[in-house]
Design a protein around this ligand. Structure first.
Ligand SMILES: [Zn+2]
Length: 423
């Protein structure tokens, strides 16, 4: 018989408390290898809509594919996968509702479209289930089975642009304890491998280290597996690494963003690239968030650089009315639930001229003074009077240039494309 190409998608929907889908996937892959099965290519780590209501911590799901020779092998693989998801998931946690999808067949445009919906919109369990039944996929829901949404999207997501992430995991005894990563070696690694790796460090702070009690010791993001393995060899840690795995991902590709022509067409909980004109001067609100309004012919939207974006706000503060911007970001609840665009990055397309009107200069070189309302100007130096003089405009210098500005690595979404990847 012909070989069977079996796709396996897993979304553990883990909460912040413990396991993560990538870890479960790594364990499953190594158990499959122990049984003589080899996965084809790299496993995928696919991040979904950052605004999905029931999202998991990083809102990520995984998939991988195997070439199998018989239906007996297919059954054996399914058994190993399900046993391990059952065993390793924190099923007692309310929010953990894993889903596993087994599929063999073509990844049709309808299936790809589903992945885009899961990344850019909100998808229901029912929608996923209908499609799974339609294409004849085998799927297993644990508890409410919300994970089938991510599990299917992880199989069908097209990757026109892609990055890789190398994840190293701790031994279980160390979960929750401070991570023992040599910070100097991370700076060294960044110096040697950036920009082929990125988001390693952020203003003296180590960005490869998670801040949750999850099994991940560190994650290094980069353009290809080779540079990640090189980076791993440079980073020194003083605790055991249980295992490491490289995932092919949709992270840092801006796949969550849709181009939108009119501000009026933007909807809450979706992410966009939108061009507009700045309406007002950015102002700080309680909590240190910086807010301004962007407008076009169709309407306007409030834009925010939130407090965690730290120094990014220094750039946003320099924006002035009439500047033309292209803003990248998603619309969250925002202030008073009216929907606020959370700026991930922006391109300052055209700086508005900022002028100040001042009194004219006299023939003698001194700036003149007003001689009284409607009476023109008088020179305080030589006494010259200009009855019909007019104020003159001078251009004020701006403290910002046209170009791209982005939130720092520490505040960046998994899906946001760093500027270093745009050029
Ligand atoms: Zn004068």
């Amino acid at each position: 018989m012909n070989n069977i190409l079996l796709y396996i998608g897993i979304d553990d929907t883990d909460s912040s408390s413990g396991m993560c889908t990538t870890y479960i996937t790594c364990v499953i892959i190594s158990k499959l290898k122990d049984c003589g099965f080899n996965i084809k290519g790299y496993p995928l780590l696919i991040r979904l809509n950052p605004f999905a209501r029931f999202k998991t911590r990083g809102n990520g799901a995984t998939s991988f594919k195997l070439e199998l020779n018989s239906l007996i092998e297919v059954d054996k693989v399914k058994k190993i996968v399900l046993e391990n998801v059952q065993e390793l998931s924190m099923l007692e946690d309310d929010k953990t509702n894993p889903g596993v999808v087994f599929y063999h067949g073509d990844i049709t445009s309808e299936l790809q479209e589903f992945a885009f919906e899961a990344i850019r919109d909100i998808v229901s369990i029912e929608q996923a289930e209908n499609l799974l039944n339609k294409v004849g996929a085998d799927y297993i829901k644990f508890k409410n089975g919300r994970g089938i949404i991510g599990a299917l999207a992880a199989i069908t997501c097209p990757l026109d642009d892609k990055t890789y992430e190398l994840l190293s995991y701790r031994i279980p005894e160390n979960y929750g304890a401070p991570r023992r990563i040599n910070h100097e070696s991370v700076f060294e690694m960044d110096k040697i491998t950036y920009p082929e790796t990125f988001d390693n460090v952020d203003q003296g702070y180590i960005a490869i280290e998670p801040h949750t009690p999850c099994p991940v010791l560190y994650g290094i993001r980069g353009e290809n597996p080779e540079i990640l393995n090189k980076a791993k060899s440079i980073v020194k840690v003083s605790e055991p690494i249980e295992r490491s795995c490289v995932f092919l991902t949709n992270q840092h590709t801006d796949i969550h963003l849709q181009m939108v022509e009119r501000i009026a067409d933007m909807e809450k909980f979706k992410c966009y690239i939108v061009e507009g004109k700045v309406k007002d001067k950015p102002h700080v609100i309680e909590g240190g968030h910086l807010i301004f309004t962007l407008k076009d012919g169709s309407g306007e939207i409030e834009c925010a650089a939130y407090e965690p974006t730290k120094k990014f706000r220094d750039f946003v503060r320099e924006i002035k009315p009439d500047d033309i911007l292209k803003v990248y970001g998603g619309i969250g609840e925002g202030i008073d639930n009216k929907g606020t665009l959370n700026i991930e990055k922006f391109e300052l397309l055209k700086l508005a001229k900022h002028v100040k009107f001042v009194n004219p200069i006299c023939k003698c070189g001194k700036r003149m003074k007003s001689a009284g309302t409607g009476k023109g100007y008088k020179c305080p130096n030589c006494g010259e009077i200009v009855r019909n003089g007019k104020k003159v405009s001078i251009n004020l210098s701006r403290n910002i240039k046209e170009g791209f500005y982005e939130a720092p690595a520490s505040a960046r979404r998994h899906l946001s494309k760093p500027i270093v990847r745009i050029k």
